[in-house]
Design a binder for this molecule. Structure first.
Ligand SMILES: *Cc1c(COP(=O)(O)O)cnc(C)c1O
Length: 302
């Protein structure tokens, strides 16, 4: 298992992204390849899980967490727990379908026990914290959906160790629950953090950030809502052809739920002069590539 305390050894690395657009607009663009950490444990998920995994190990408790049928978070939790020998339960949103998704099959194969609950119950439980429903589980470390918690944000803030010494003006990341964004906001540097929301009409981001961080917000941040492509896990032909084009040009795979949308948004923002000349922009590739398996074969060129 990857030990985040020895962060320099993690196989991530940064790739430079340069083309006619970045040259014309005089910006420097690069991407932090957290997707390279592991093919199943999405880059940012490992960071968000870090302190929870440590808790479960040291207290010898099992882990209980939540997600939908295609959840990168469930897949990452299942594999991490398997590698560390931690028993885990995944509470899945919605009734059990006849055919399980590739993600849920993956979770089962990695020893995660699955429980299906109705969408209404699920919503009540994650509102925003898992409530008393789970008192029936003793000896468990409970991880809120997507790791949305101070502990999850503290883990995500470790990502910043990859961003120092790069003289950056902007750091971009995709936004789901906002936990990764919150973690980056707690970092010490003077960069502006820009989140790209993967969810339509996500107007509670500031509340989420305040919920997680209180008043410990010492960094400029903003959230761009213009690149959700119809909503969470929705896609358009434009998005898919952008992702294929991006792969052809830079050999970097993206996922259609988060990082593809963010990169589309970053390029479009550069085009629209949202970044002043001289900007040094780092995008965080948060992984999520397992989610592309839900697309029909041949949709993507990678
Ligand atoms: C879960 C996920 C996100 C969202 O992260 P949050 O911390 O919930 O905002 C972004 N990118 C990928 C690939 C993810 O799997």
């Amino acid at each position: 298992m990857i030990n985040l305390n020895e962060i320099k050894k993690i196989p991530a690395g940064t790739d430079k992204i340069q083309n006619i657009l970045t040259i014309e607009k005089e910006v420097t663009l690069s991407i932090l390849r957290l997707d390279k950490i592991d093919e199943d444990i999405s880059g940012n998920k490992l960071f968000k899980l870090h302190y929870f995994l440590n808790d479960a190990l040291s207290a010898q408790k099992r882990i209980i967490t939540f997600g939908g049928a295609y959840s990168n978070h469930l897949a990452a939790t299942a594999k991490s727990c398997k590698m560390l020998g931690i028993p885990c339960i995944g509470i899945v949103r919605g009734e059990k379908p006849k055919d399980l998704s590739h993600t849920l099959l993956f979770c089962l194969q990695h020893g995660m026990q699955l429980e299906f609950i109705s969408r209404t119950d699920y919503k009540n439980i994650n509102n925003p914290y898992p409530g008393k429903y789970f008192t029936r589980y003793e000896n468990a470390v409970i991880i809120p959906e997507g790791g949305f918690s101070l502990k999850g944000a503290a883990g995500a803030s470790l990502i910043y160790k990859y961003c120092i010494n790069k003289d950056l003006t902007h750091i971009c990341c995709p936004v789901g629950t906002g936990t990764t964004l919150a973690g980056l906001i707690t970092s010490p540097g003077s960069e502006t953090i820009i989140g790209f929301s993967a969810i339509k009409g996500q107007d509670d981001i500031d509340d989420r950030i305040h919920f997680l961080l209180g008043n410990a917000i010492n960094k400029k941040y903003s959230v761009n809502q213009d690149y959700h492509f119809g909503g969470y896990a929705k896609k358009t032909g434009d998005l898919i052809s952008f992702m294929n084009h991006f792969y052809r040009e830079f050999s970097i795979p993206t996922d259609f739920v988060y990082t593809g949308k963010m990169m589309f948004g970053v390029f479009d923002s550069i085009k629209k002069n949202c970044f002043p000349p001289g900007s040094k922009i780092l995008c965080i590739h948060t992984g999520g590539l397992q989610g592309n398996l839900s697309l029909p074969a041949g949709t993507l060129n990678f």
